[in-house]
Structures are given as structure tokens and as C-alpha cells.
Design a protein around this ligand. Structure first.
Ligand SMILES: Nc1ncnc2c1ncn2[C@@H]1O[C@H](COP(=O)(O)OP(=O)(O)O)[C@@H](O)[C@H]1O
Ligand SMILES: [Mg+2]
Length: 353
């Protein structure tokens, strides 16, 4: 007797700077869920969140997918409701499992995970805690430090620390003494390198701090390291598995927004040319990083590796990694022996564990 397919609600788009990438990721996920080998297992119910956070039903969602672009006010059914989640676009009982494909704030940060938890439905990826901790670089680094994981030296601060001129001068002196130059200034809660600057002197440091402070009340400054950038994908729930390690190479001083999103400015090496022992250390570190923040289901862990000293530093965890056909996460699993249709099926299975 054939069983009826599992109805998977794929939610994509979102009120985040990574809206467009989310649409491309959703296209890849949905195509894989609808692949021949999965056809009888899953029925996809796509839901689209516009840039203002309104949730839209499958017919509108399918339009965003078909056009592979953000739908703006003119493309959406009128009259437009107020921004934000106003009503649930489908009967919640017609969805068996949720699959969020949202990057950045309002989706990767525990908000949507909280909603699914309240609905009492399984969903792909980390829960509220892992998503929220993974999103905020200060919370993430505190959790990594508590787990004894190696990271570059850093200082966390609040935007308000810059207000008083005297306090600001003291802070700059402290940053110079503790971290030196070059250093990297980051807003705690963005992504895609948005708001990050490299500072090589006090003027650049102050300018970077003001720029980051305009985007986020929580900031951090990190000692700059000269290192290779490596990434490892993690999959599973009770038992986490790590993929082969991949490397990003780029023709820029560092991996800034422009370099990330300009065709031909970067390329990947999969697997990364590394001694086996280094790969194994990074894989073990990736799993420990997930445990440290309570991330599960899927995660991509990024590290810095200085081949001269052999030092490995954990950089960050992404609990809802990019999932376009070119993205590192699915590519790393493909290279590890898990093709895309099997990967999405395993992610769904993991959510049901
Ligand atoms: N401490 C550091 N030393 C050297 N390069 C860094 C450092 N921190 C960040 N970078 C560069 O900036 C990029 C983006 O930083 P990251 O913390 O990964 O932010 P995002 O979450 O936006 O990807 C990194 O890929 C790397 O090229
Ligand atoms: Mg990064």
C-alpha cells in the first residue's frame, strides 16, 4: 500500500538582507525535494515571505520561484496587509513538516523556529537556542569560548560605548593594546560580510566602529589573522557527521561583500588541499562547534587555518547555510558522497528524529 507523501512546507524569502539568496536556495531545495527519487515521499507546499515580512500562499510563492526574484508591492495581491506576519497563509494542518530556507535575521535567528515550535510541528535545522546563539556573533563566541574552542582574540562592545569621547579614547587604546592592527570590526547580527571593515590604524578603526554601530547595537573587534579560509558542513541530530573540508580562495584582501557576490572573484577547492590530520581536526572542531551552541540538523562551520604555524581558529557557525546549487553546504556533501536529493531527504528525516 503506498503511503501518502509527507507535506513539506518550504518557507523562503524573508525580511532580511539575504532575501534574494534565499529564493535561489529555495529553488535548489524544492527541486531536490521534487527529484524523481523523492517524488513519492514529499509534496512541497511553498510559502513566500516578502521583504516586509508578510507571508504569502503557494500561488504567490510559486511566482517568486518561477521568476527567481523578490516580489515587491506591485507584484503582490492588493490591498497589501500591514508589514509582518498578519495571517497564516495555509491551514496549518495541511503541513506535516516545516523546512525554513531563510538566511539572516528573521529566519536564521530562532524567530521562525519559535513559531514552528509553538505550532508543535517538526522542522528542518536547529531549534530556537542554536539558531539564536549562532546568529549573534557575541553570543556565539561566548559559547565557543565556554567550550574551550580556539578563536582569534576579540573584544565585544556596545554601540553606546562610543558615545562619550573620553570613554571612546580609552576603548580605542584598549583595542590597540589587546588586538593591534590589522583588526576587523563587525556588527554582531548581520552576515554576508555586511558592515564588516578591516582597520589598519586608529582612524579606520573609529570609522569602522561608527559604521558597524549604525547597523547593530552589538559589535565586536577581532585581531586580524593571515590565514586560509576553510569550511566544513555538518548533518545529523543525535549523531552529527562532518563533511570533507572545503576552501574558499578569492582575489581580494579579505572576503568582503563585493567579493562574495561578484561572479569570478572567488572559487572553491573541494576537498581543500590539506594534510589528513588537519582535515580531521577541522571536522572534529565543526562538530564541537555545533554542540557548543546546540546546533543540529544542518550547519556550516567556517575556520581560519594558518599553515605556517598549523594554528586553526574557529570563525563562525551558520545554522541555515546558503543552499543554492553553487553553495558550499550542498557541494561539500556531494563531494562526501551525498547527492542533493538524498541530502534534502536526510535533512527531513533528521527533523523527524
Ligand atoms: N579576524 C579575522 N582575520 C582575518 N580575516 C577576517 C577576520 N574576521 C573576518 N575576516 C574576513 O571577513 C570575512 C567575513 O567575516 P565573518 O566573520 O565570516 O562574517 P560573515 O558572518 O558576514 O560571513 C571572512 O570570511 C574573512 O575574509
Ligand atoms: Mg563568514
Amino acid at each position: 500500500m503506498p503511503t501518502s507523501p509527507l507535506r513539506v512546507g518550504v518557507v523562503f524569502g524573508g525580511a532580511s538582507g539575504e532575501h534574494a539568496v534565499s529564493i535561489r536556495s529555495a529553488l535548489t531545495v524544492i527541486q531536490a525535494l521534487r527529484a524523481t527519487e523523492n517524488q513519492e515521499r514529499f509534496e512541497v507546499i511553498p510559502l513566500y515571505i516578502d521583504r516586509d515580512g508578510r507571508w504569502w500562499e503557494p500561488t504567490v510563492a510559486q511566482r517568486a520561484l518561477d521568476q527567481n526574484r523578490a516580489l515587491d508591492a506591485n507584484d503582490l495581491p492588493q490591498p497589501l496587509p500591514a508589514p509582518g506576519l498578519r495571517h497564516w497563509p495555509v491551514d496549518p494542518d495541511t503541513v506535516d513538516l516545516w523546512y525554513p530556507v531563510l538566511h539572516g535575521p528573521n529566519g536564521e535567528d530562532g524567530t521562525v523556529q519559535g513559531l514552528f515550535t509553538l505550532m508543535n510541528k517538526p522542522f528542518v535545522g536547529s531549534g530556537v537556542l542554536g539558531s539564536a546563539v549562532g546568529m549573534d556573533k557575541l553570543a556565539m563566541k561566548a559559547a565557543f569560548a565556554a567550550a574551550g574552542l580556539s578563536q582569534v582574540p576579540y573584544v565585544g562592545l556596545n554601540a553606546t560605548d562610543l558615545e562619550d569621547p573620553e570613554q571612546r579614547e580609552q576603548l580605542l587604546t584598549r583595542l590597540e593594546q589587546e588586538l593591534g592592527y590589522p583588526c576587523f570590526v563587525k556588527p554582531a547580527n548581520l552576515g554576508s560580510s555586511v558592515g564588516i571593515t578591516k582597520a589598519c590604524n586608529r582612524d579606520e578603526l573609529l570609522a569602522g566602529l561608527h559604521q558597524a554601530a549604525a547597523l547593530d547595537p552589538r559589535l565586536l573587534v577581532e585581531q586580524g589573522v593571515k590565514a586560509r579560509e576553510l569550511e566544513c558542513a555538518v548533518l545529523g541530530r543525535r549523531h552529527l557527521r562532518a563533511s570533507v573540508v572545503g576552501e574558499i580562495r578569492f582575489d581580494a584582501d579579505w572576503y568582503d561583500y563585493e567579493t562574495k557576490y561578484t561572479e569570478g572573484r572567488s572559487h572553491t577547492l573541494i576537498p581543500a588541499p590539506l594534510p589528513a590530520s588537519v582535515s580531521q581536526q577541522i571536522q572534529a572542531m565543526a562538530i564541537r562547534a555545533c554542540h557548543a551552541v546546540n546546533a543540529f540538523g544542518q550547519a556550516r562551520v567556517d575556520v581560519f587555518y594558518d599553515e605556517t604555524s598549523g594554528q586553526i581558529w574557529l570563525n563562525e557557525i551558520n545554522t541555515l547555510p546558503g543552499f543554492t546549487s553553487q553553495s558550499m553546504y550542498p557541494t561539500l556533501w556531494e563531494a562526501t558522497g551525498i547527492p542533493l536529493p538524498q541530502l534534502v531527504a536526510e535533512l527531513v528525516d533528521t527533523a523527524q528524529e
